[in-house]
Design a protein around this ligand. Structure first.
Ligand code: ADP
Ligand code: MG
Length: 245
């Protein structure tokens, strides 16, 4: 019960923060347009001055960075209702990999092991978004190459609660996560990647979105060897009769 309460609290916190951040990102985008237009004019005005042109160039790049961050945060944190429907997890994995593309730099292999799994209760687009985020994190964790593996499988029937649940593992062979940080990484704004544009919002949102689907996200990791994030979702059939009330 305590755990459930903690999860509800965390979810509320994330929802609030998500909305706040999306709002702020939106507020930032608007004046940014104006700034970029003005800067273009200024650039034309000073194009004979090499020094000034360089400053304008630097400012243009900085503004573009702000714009990218704002867009990313907006796209991910936008509060959008989740409609639960029968969701094919394998299909979500395949779409995610398509969006992810194939160009991941040095020696990154991508492997899939798709089990014969039943439909889950979820939102296909949001699930894809979550998997995409986990994959992006995994790739960043392997700067010198490694293997990203996506695996889907049905959970055993040992535990009543887990019966017919479907899991997706997103595993990497990257840097790993220190034991003491394993729960912290889900907290909003926790990031060790601030200098490369990390916002620390990814995992918190992943966990919130998955819990809105009635599922959960867990992690295990061995420092220096890699990490596995597991998304568990309920079978589509389990709660479907309830919605007929
Ligand atoms: N696959 C992974 N391997 C190692 N560390 C990870 C992995 N995924 C997440 N992390 C850690 O968790 C932190 C938070 O992740 P996230 O919420 O996605 O924010 P961000 O990616 O913006 O830093 C990361 O900064 C990193 O320290
Ligand atoms: Mg991330």
């Amino acid at each position: 019960m305590r755990h459930a309460q903690v999860m509800v609290r965390q979810r509320e916190k994330m929802l609030g923060i998500g909305q706040l951040v999306a709002g702020v990102a939106h507020q930032i985008s608007n004046p940014l347009d104006g700034l970029q237009n003005c800067l273009k004019r200024i650039g034309e005005g000073v194009k004979d001055d090499a020094h000034m042109t360089e400053y304008v160039q630097l400012m243009t790049e900085a503004l573009e960075r702000i714009e990218r961050t704002a867009k990313r945060v907006q796209a991910f944190a936008r509060p959008r209702g989740i409609t639960l429907k029968r969701t094919d997890v394998n299909h979500a994995v395949e779409s995610t990999l398509q969006v992810l593309g194939t160009d991941h730099g040095t020696d990154v292999q991508i492997e899939t092991e798709l089990g014969n799994v039943s439909p889950v209760q979820g939102d296909p687009y949001t699930l894809q978004e979550v998997l995409f985020n986990l994959c992006t994190n995994a790739l960043v964790a392997m700067p010198t190459g490694g293997t990203l593996t996506l695996r889907t499988y049905a959970l055993g029937s040992k535990d009543e609660d887990q019966m017919d649940c479907v899991a997706v593992d997103v595993s990497d062979t990257g840097v790993g996560i220190p034991r003491a940080q394993l729960e912290k990484i889900f907290e909003p704004f926790y990031t060790t990647r601030a200098e490369s544009g990390g916002t620390g919002m990814g995992l918190g949102l992943c966990r919130m979105l998955i819990s809105e689907m009635g599922g959960r996200v867990t992690v295990r990791s061995a420092l220096g060897h890699g990490s596995t994030f597991t998304v568990v979702l309920n079978p589509a059939d389990k709660l479907m009769p309830v919605s007929e009330e």
